[in-house]
Design a protein around this ligand. Structure first.
Ligand SMILES: Nc1ncnc2c1ncn2[C@@H]1O[C@H](COP(=O)(O)OP(=O)(O)OP(=O)(O)O)[C@@H](O)[C@H]1O
Ligand SMILES: [Mg+2]
Length: 229
């Protein structure tokens, strides 16, 4: 059987924020495994730690205790350079607020992650960026600046950018938070297609629409993930 190995494995992950004299235990002995070819939804009330979790998964934030293995590699002992390399090779991140560079055109925004990837030759970068924008349905918007694009279009540029280095893992933190129903559906369909093409896609969402697309729904509650189906 193929794909029996989890590509992401979290064991007893703990994360506490310290603010003045208060301690906030956001993640408490959280255990979960994620596999390729699956679309996962992570839901739960505001403030329950969903962004904290997805930032830890994306090697953007640190955890306090527990084990995180990505492709069987323990990330705990990696230095910044090593974790940046793992992130660049394996992970595409889609932020709720798009985080596009306003002074760069759509295709230039998509090229940004490629600039640190030696495996993509400089002259291939623009071609690849245009290909990715075509995949997300923006072939005729490649020269637009972010402010010349609708919210849904900006989020699709952000998704194309997340795919720039052909990562196997796509992490999206409320990728449709600011979008109307039609744009939301477009994004969920694209994410679903990526999972069907073999990627591991993890989406934090408040929208119950995601349940129609997800292979597995988790609820983050009291510091732990509970499977809903
Ligand atoms: N850097 C920080 N320092 C202290 N507390 C923090 C920090 N970041 C987040 N928190 C707190 O940790 C809790 C979890 O935050 P997080 O952003 O992960 O929640 P969330 O589930 O993503 O919420 P939302 O659905 O509103 O985006 C919140 O109560 C938040 O106030
Ligand atoms: Mg959040």
């Amino acid at each position: 059987m193929e794909n029996t190995d989890a590509i992401i494995k979290l064991e007893n992950i703990q994360k506490t924020y310290h603010k003045k004299e208060k301690e906030l235990n956001v993640l408490k002995n959280l255990n979960v495994e994620f596999y390729s070819g699956q679309l996962y939804a992570i839901m739960g009330h505001s403030g329950n730690g969903k962004s904290t979790l997805i930032h830890i998964l994306g090697l953007i934030d640190q955890f306090d205790d527990g084990e995180y293995h990505i492709y069987s590699q323990n990330v705990k002992n990696l230095n910044d350079k090593e974790s940046s390399y793992i992130r660049m090779k394996n992970i595409g991140f889609v932020f709720q607020e798009f985080n596009l560079v306003p002074t760069l055109k759509a295709y230039e925004n998509v090229m940004v992650p490629m600039l640190i990837n030696d495996e993509i030759k400089p002259k291939e970068r623009k071609i690849k960026a245009i290909e990715l924008l075509s995949i997300v349905g923006l072939k005729d918007r490649i020269n637009h600046f972010p402010k010349e694009l609708s919210g849904g279009e900006q989020q699709r540029v952000a998704l194309a950018r997340a795919l720039a280095n052909n990562p196997n893992i796509i992490l999206a933190d409320e990728p449709t938070g600011n979008l109307d129903e039609k744009s939301e559906k477009d994004i969920f369909l694209l994410l679903k297609e990526l999972a069907q093409n073999g990627k591991c896609v993890i989406v934090v969402s408040h929208s119950s629409e995601i349940k129609k697309y997800a292979d597995k729904v988790y609820i983050l509650d009291n510091g732990k993930l509970e499977g809903e189906n």
